[in-house]
Write a protein that binds this ligand. Structure first.
Ligand code: AMP
Length: 279
């Protein structure tokens, strides 16, 4: 694996790569786990030349403490990237990505998507996500962009960004990787102590309960009774994130703090539909 810390070195290296394989790009914020590795494996399995970026983007953190506390494990990350067959690691500094400073140059019209759920609870977050992803896409110029369903709304936002900016890239959304007890893998899990790590599986249990007929309100009450501070538990239209109309494909989404660590998860629902459990 080649490590490029500057745009110039990345561009130079990419200009010499074999012309056959499509370029697959996996943007990350590091503290890598098997969820990230699954995206790389997917790209590699499809014969892609795999470029991974590790960049903790300051502009997408609405909470400065969350940014400061974001885990950094670059030595282990490099080990994982080597093991999964990554071709290039792009490891830029903040100055390299934002030479003119981090102030946004433009506003992305994300419409309704930015007014609900993560958009509502993390003001400005998706503007920062679009800012960095557009910048990275214009630097790396991949054919395919690999992202995780773990960040369900983010995938929808990036689809919109690609449309808005007419970017020549195909978005590939990969399934959520979970720990054996169901907890969705996340870099933030590293910030949970042993007791909270064990209890955090309640989020997955809540999603499963909704899948089997609990209402979002019941699931929220269950989480609160276990000490979670819930931002939202909801069931929405899986395509639009509009309130679920009882007919269309639905997705259940949860965001909650557990011991000051904000965790998110989701599950696309088949039948039986939420709110139909008979006690
Ligand atoms: P992050 O480093 O958290 O910004 O994540 C980088 C990419 O990895 C995003 O596209 C995430 O959706 C994806 N990702 C994070 N956790 C998981 C997971 N448990 N399963 C699958 N993909 C994930």
């Amino acid at each position: 694996m080649v490590i490029c810390r500057t745009i110039a070195s990345l561009e130079e290296y990419l200009s010499t790569r074999p012309s056959g394989p499509r370029l697959g790009f996996i943007p990350t914020m590091g503290a890598l786990h098997d969820g990230h590795a699954s995206l790389i494996r997917e790209a590699r399995a499809g014969g892609r030349f795999a470029v991974v970026s590790v960049f903790v983007n300051p502009t997408q953190f609405n909470d400065p403490t969350d940014f400061q506390k974001y885990p950094k494990t670059i030595d282990q990350d490099i080990f994982l990237l080597e093991k999964t067959g990554t071709d290039v690691l792009f490891l830029p500094s903040v100055d390299e990505i934002y030479p003119q400073g981090t102030a946004p140059a433009k506003h992305y019209d994300l419409g309704y998507l930015e007014t609900v759920l993560e958009g509502q609870y993390r003001p400005g977050h998706f503007q920062g996500v679009c800012q960095v992803v557009e910048r990275l896409l214009r630097i790396v110029r991949p054919d395919d962009l690999y992202m995780g369903q773990k960040d369900y709304q983010q995938c929808m936002v990036i689809r919109r960004l690609i449309e808005l900016e007419n970017l020549p890239v195909t978005l590939v959304v990969c399934p959520i990787r979970r720990e054996p007890d169901g907890l969705a893998m996340s870099s933030r899990n590293l910030r949970l102590d042993a007791a909270h790590r064990a209890g955090a599986t309640a989020i997955y249990a809540a999603l499963e309960a909704i899948k089997h007929g609990d209402t979002p309100e019941q699931a929220k009450t269950a989480l609160e009774s276990k000490g979670f501070k819930v931002d939202y538990v909801t069931v929405a239209n899986a395509k639009t994130l509009q309130p679920w109309d009882g007919k269309s494909q639905a997705v259940a989404l949860i965001a909650a703090f557990y011991n000051d660590v904000r965790l998110i998860d989701n599950e696309v629902l088949a039948s039986p539909v939420p709110g139909t459990r008979r006690n």
